[in-house]
Design a protein around this ligand. Structure first.
Ligand code: PMP
Length: 443
């Protein structure tokens, strides 16, 4: 398999390019929070795949829901005025649980196309409002909003931009609130004030009547699990509303129990104009994403698209098998998984916090079942690990050998996003194996 993979399978990102390649690690099976390699090695999945298998692996009821739907009706497009029972029911169930008046749902295949769709929707919206000059978009440094070519301009990763003239000149960024490394220090109020000032300055620079939308993740995931202060997102949302700018919450990672409740926005007391989700929506068993909006936004947007609807979609829009899976996953979340996630998350927080005195640990941050541990070589100076020694790659490898899947971000942040089904033993294993990995890194 390793030879065939090397010869034929293209991976979007590989840590081994330009290095002696160890080759791909092949997973064979999984149950609960445990994954097993083809060679029999078992690991606790502290990252739920790619922060997506929120329900955990091996739920028979999800498999049965998919199988039932595959037998009965494996495909019906949601593109035109056609539909399927699970897609319609799922839209209704989600609408009932979404923050505020976000009672309309547009299904995509994942997070990138959900975000990419919002760019079109926003433009349709402002065209219909008679304000076509509102065509400028703002997002945040360290933000991740997918890798589709247009949406990638909102993502703050230079590697995603090179060669495509990205970000486009209508895609702007403001600094991340990043408490651990914020120039204003770690005080919550000062951080929020600095972000507000940066957004205000950017709006003024662009022209208040030209800004179409602002994107924020409630917690910046791929940027290194950066947790803004409580109230930060509400302050940003309020500022956008004051200027008539659409506020878009990207809950692709934070949605579906990752931070505790079903949606982080609800927990923060905000109702965004648009909200994107994916990952936990189907818990990674099959692909699906979604964009939420209110009737008010939808009606204007559809008018702006100049069609009977929005004229933007996919062969697999509102796929019935994905919808059937999502309905079952939602039932499991509400049948105890969200609750277990909150309990397991408290234990994980306590466990990771116990690593604070480790010489390599500079910062521990997170909420619910989403944490980042930032490693430094000098705690007082907050000196990052030396990039040239590829710390992330080595730490990831060591953790793997110790039976732990984590994410190691290039800047030396360890990412944790375990399945919500974790037992106490799973959580303790995650913490103990992290400690062992850090001790080995010191040697
Ligand atoms: N938005 C956010 C906040 C994400 O974290 C991601 C993926 N990590 C995406 C969008 C893109 O989702 P996908 O990989 O499913 O296309």
């Amino acid at each position: 398999l390793i030879e065939l993979d090397r010869a034929h399978l293209i991976h979007p990102v590989s840590s081994y390019r330009g290095h002696e390649r160890q080759g791909v690690r092949v997973l064979k099976s999984a149950h609960g929070a445990t994954v097993t390699e083809a060679n029999g090695h078992q690991l606790v999945d502290g990252f739920a795949g790619l922060w997506c298998v929120n329900a955990g692996y091996g739920h028979d009821s999800i498999v049965e829901a998919a199988a039932r739907q595959l037998r009965e009706l494996p495909y019906a497009t949601g593109y035109f005025d056609l539909g399927s029972e699970p897609a319609i029911r799922l839209a209704a169930e989600l609408a009932e649980r979404a923050p505020g008046d976000l009672n309309r749902v547009y299904f995509t295949l994942g997070g990138s196309d959900a975000v990419d769709s919002t760019i079109r929707f926003v433009r349709y919206y402002w065209n219909a409002k008679g304000q076509p000059q509102r065509d400028q978009f703002i997002s945040i440094q360290q933000g991740y909003h997918g890798s589709s070519t247009v949406g990638a301009g909102l993502t703050a990763l230079p590697a995603f931009h090179a060669g495509f003239g990205l970000p486009f000149d209508w895609q702007h960024k403001i600094p991340s609130p990043y408490p651990y490394r914020n120039p204003v220090g770690m005080d919550d109020a000062a951080i929020t004030a600095a972000s507000l000032a940066a957004l205000k300055a950017k709006i003024e620079e662009i022209g208040a009547d030209r800004v179409a939308a602002f994107y924020a993740e409630p917690i910046q995931g791929s940027g290194g699990v950066i947790v803004p202060p409580r109230g930060w997102i509400k302050a940003m949302c309020d500022l956008c509303k004051e200027h008539g700018i659409l506020f878009i919450a990207d809950e692709v990672i934070t949605g579906f129990g990752r931070t505790g409740p079903l949606f982080a926005c609800a927990d923060e007391g905000i109702v965004p104009d648009l909200m994107t989700v994916a990952k936990g929506l189907t818990s990674g068993y099959v692909p699906m994403g979604a964009v939420f909006m209110s009737d008010g936004v939808y009606d204007v947007m559809a008018e702006g698209a100049g069609m009977a609807a929005i004229g933007h979609g996919y062969t697999y829009s509102a796929h019935p098998v994905s919808a059937a899976v999502a309905l079952e996953v939602l039932r499991l979340y509400e049948g105890g998984l969200l609750e277990n996630g909150v309990k397991a998350g408290a234990r994980l927080k306590e466990g990771l916090t116990s690593l604070a005195d480790h010489p390599l640990v500079g910062d521990i941050r997170g909420r619910g079942m989403l944490y980042g541990v930032e490693l430094v070589t000098d705690k007082a100076k907050k000196t990052p690990l030396p990039a040239e020694s590829q710390p992330a790659r080595h730490i990831f490898d060591r953790a793997w050998d110790n039976g732990l899947v984590i994410r190691a971000f290039p800047q030396g942040v360890l990412g944790y996003a375990p399945p919500l089904c974790c037992t106490e033993a799973d959580i303790d294993a995650i913490v103990e194996r992290t400690r062992k990995t850090l001790d080995q890194t010191l040697e």
